[in-house]
Design a protein around this ligand. Sequence first.
Ligand code: TNX
Length: 532
Amino acid sequence: LCCMLLLCCANAAFAQVSKVPKGQVSIIPLPVQVTEKAGSFLLTSKTVLVANNESDKTAAALFNEWLKPLTGYALPIRENGAANSIILETGHDTTHREGYTLTVDKNRIKVRGYDPAGTFYGIQTLIQLLPIEKAMAMQVPAVYILDYPRFAYRGMMLDVSRHMFPVDFIKKYIDLLSMQKMNTFHWHLTDDQGWRIEIKRYPRLQEVASQRKETSVGHYRDGKYDGTPYGGYYTQDQVKAVVQYAADRHVTVIPEIEMPGHAQAALAAYPYLGCTGGPYETATHWGVLHDVYCAGNDSVFTFLENVLDEVLPLFPSTYVHIGGDECPKDRWEKCPKCQARIKAEGLKDEHALQSYFVQRIEKYLNSKGKQIIGWDEILEGGLAPNATVMSWRGIEGGIAAARQHHNVIMTPGKYLYIDHAQSIDKDEPLSIGGFLPVGQVYSYDPVPTDSLQPDEYHYIIGAQANLWTEYIPTTDYAEYMAYPRACAVAEVAWTQPDRKHYDDFLKRLKVHAARLDLKNVHYAKHVLDPTA
Ligand code: TNX
């Protein structure tokens, strides 16, 4: 009798929670189609994850990583199972790359991906269907979801030169990207203020270029520096670990090795790389600096090719970002070697010399099977033949590149620069650039339909948000700047434009924020409710 009574009570408790709370189906980024059905699947410790290939098994294991803190148990991963299982299958259903269907009914859950990434994204969506609270029962609402991304390239950049972040944080940043179905991490590894990737052939990159005299947390105009040395770099082993961690989450890591500008740290280590011969020091203030790689000196190209020879094996990505932005030409104007190069190559001016520089590097990278991405200044003086353009100073560079039938990643400052302030609150911490509230990020559409012909739209391969870190010295602040705006970026890049509604996004975001809490993300809470 006692047993029966207990059973009864337990059932009553289940009955109370069996109704899936309204609003639980709050998926970010919003899928192509969500059809909610009656009933639910009750996930228990007896539920089995069924996966038949390595990638699906990894996705299943990552599901367990989410589940275990909520429930205290992980599910067994098996190669077959029938009722009470979550079945992962790759190579099915939607005709779209990275697409998936997710079917939840009373007896089982099916995640069917078009490709391994699709299955992984199906699992990410499933995670977002789980209760967020540590509930008595893991009730998953019955639903049919069909989903695929709008754009193939969905990225976030992190600048680790101005401030460096620990490997664990880089992994967390990538993990969060993948949770929002973003697939590219652009790692800005070198700049004037620090060189952050180990290059064994050039030890002074570690000894000199990775270090600077000041932490430079002040504003460059007020000249308040703290006199504390600052530095660090990622070893090649650490880089490999990050790349593998990202690959498990279907995130491609694109390294950026900046050239010909933003190179002062490298010049400090090897002064022969500059036009004047130095001496130089790793920069301690922000901005656009005049000392850049000398375009007239062949040993600069040898140096860069040797650097790339060490970088390429670490990154399976087809793309390598070579920078190309903000390269003042005054040193080249006064440099005899640069002028001789301009003459010998029959170039029009220093802009054409920059184009020569980028094309020479592109040729090298193409010969290694790689493709270059450059900031939109690489349009000046003529675009390298196979280059993809990142349009940051606005959308004009992107439009021009698409018209020339080059691929484009849209990352205009006005919408996607998440180093800008997201609130006008007087206590908002110091930041650079303008004011970029989450709603403005959300409103962005990467395809400029007014300026391009329909047959040019496909050159816009995606969008990316950039987190430059001049004023971002800590991981907490980096998360504060990135979230919740990265959630809006995810929807800009993934969700079909006719499905986007800001009010609806905000509602979902409030639920989603609790998931960010579970991941310990220090997001900007006060911007979530603009009326508060
Ligand atoms: C411009 S965006 C830069 C960066 C700065 C950023 C600050 C780009 C390609 N170059 O070097 O960090 O502005 O917002």
